[in-house]
Design a protein around this ligand. Structure first.
Ligand code: PLP
Length: 397
């Protein structure tokens, strides 16, 4: 019997489980205190009316013989693939519906895409970043290089001279730093990838938070990306689908490596190992992209943006260095007094009863940094901000 020993090389436990268990232990030991949890980037607002209506209608269809649906079409229902193509078209990006593959979310696609590539590639992963890129490659025993995302480079690593890699992950707007690439910066990555015959795995899960002109919402806004990039996106953050589960991956029809086209390979992979997102969920996702759905979504995004602003103002007032929070739901703050990120995690729990996410959990370069999320309830966020401001101001004293 052979077992995958690479599991031993993983960081001991998944970051968010550790945050959750430490917060729970603190709460159990201090039953009189109200702990505000801002450690996991989950949304808190319910699904808006137009989306719930679409869900109800789809459930009703499942109750009748003539409208009941069983297995769905490969790659997703046409109505959703077309609606997603329309969403891109409104931003000036032309995609064929067949290049869009619907799934149960970005996380599984980001992990599963590795099936398309051989075992001996060199993979470049930003540090810090969403832990799934690193962990899935560690599990597979791949050779991983880290691209340092630091205050000096604006948390946006660029291709260094002589960089050689086969697969590069980019996450923009970034989890956890909140930094987002401009089109000009992405154009440099695209030129590099086309030159090197590399593939960019572009995670756009937070694209809906981008407001600044000049920042890219899709890598396909950049010329040349169709010959080197795959894009992952999700309804989780745009529309509160973290529990409902729906996402999609864009693989351009012409994207080819090693003499093989990646889009048909991805379809083959998905149809072999996955049977598709539920019909009712795909109907709900399509409702997100209607004018009524988008209007409702904008209200929710506005609510979260306001939270980000409240947190940003509190940090500024306490004299804390921070980034993000404008084109992203995350704020990335420097731990005060040279504290390490887990040290600050404990300090913040102790002094403000607020749970955040230690930057170190996203990679070595996150040491001394801390992530706050704007996805909480407005009241709780305001209370957390006030508590943090008071505690940090006293600390900076
Ligand atoms: N990509 C990034 C950068 C994320 O932060 C997350 C979730 O937090 C995901 C992907 C996963 O999204 P989904 O809920 O669609 O699996």
């Amino acid at each position: 019997m052979q077992i995958n020993q690479h599991f031993n090389e993983l960081a001991q436990s998944y970051l968010f489980s550790t945050v959750g268990s430490r917060a729970a232990a603190y709460a159990a030991a201090h039953p009189g205190q109200k702990v505000i949890r801002m450690g996991i980037g989950d949304v808190t607002l319910p699904l808006p009316g137009p989306i719930i209506d679409a869900l109800h209608a789809a459930v009703e269809e499942m109750a009748h013989k003539d409208t009941f649906r069983g297995y769905g079409p490969d790659g997703g229902y046409g109505f959703l693939r077309e609606a997603i193509a329309g969403y891109y078209a409104r931003r000036g990006v032309g995609l064929a519906p067949e290049e869009i593959f619907v799934s149960d979310g970005a996380k599984s696609d980001i992990a599963n895409i590795l099936d398309l590539f051989g075992p001996d590639n060199t993979v470049l992963v930003p540090d810090p970043v969403y832990p799934v890129y690193l962990d899935t490659n560690v599990m597979a025993g791949h050779k991983v290089l880290l691209a340092r995302a630091t205050e000096e480079n604006g948390f946006l690593p660029m291709p260094s001279p002589g960089l050689s890699a086969d697969i590069v992950y980019l996450c923009s707007p970034n989890n956890p730093t909140g930094a987002a690439y401009t089109r000009a910066q992405l154009a440099e990555w695209v030129a590099w990838a086309n030159r090197e015959d590399a593939v960019i795995l572009y995670d756009a899960a937070y694209e809906c938070f981008i407001r600044d002109e000049g920042l890219a919402r899709s890598i396909f806004e950049v010329e040349g990306a169709r010959s080197c990039a795959i894009e992952f996106c999700s309804f989780s953050k745009i529309a509160g689908f973290t529990g409902t589960r729906c996402g999609y991956t864009v693989v351009p029809a012409g994207l080819e490596r090693g003499g093989m086209k990646l889009a048909p390979m991805w379809l083959r992979r998905q149809t072999t190992k996955y049977n598709g997102a539920p019909y009712i969920v795909q109907r709900a996702a399509a409702a997100v992209l209607t004018p009524e759905g988008m209007a409702a979504i904008q209200q929710n995004l506005g609510y979260y943006r306001k939270n980000a602003q409240v947190l940003a103002e509190a940090l500024a007032a306490a004299g804390i260095t921070y980034y993000g929070g404008t084109n992203s739901p995350y704020l990335w703050m420097k731990c005060p007094g040279g504290m390490g990120s887990w040290e600050f995690f404990d300090w913040l729990l102790e002094h403000a009863q607020v749970v955040g996410t230690p930057g170190e959990g996203f990679g070595e370069c996150g040491k001394g940094w801390f992530r706050l999320t704007a996805f909480g309830g407005a009241e709780e966020t305001a209370e957390a901000a006030a508590r943090m401001q008071a505690a940090l101001a006293a600390f900076n004293g």
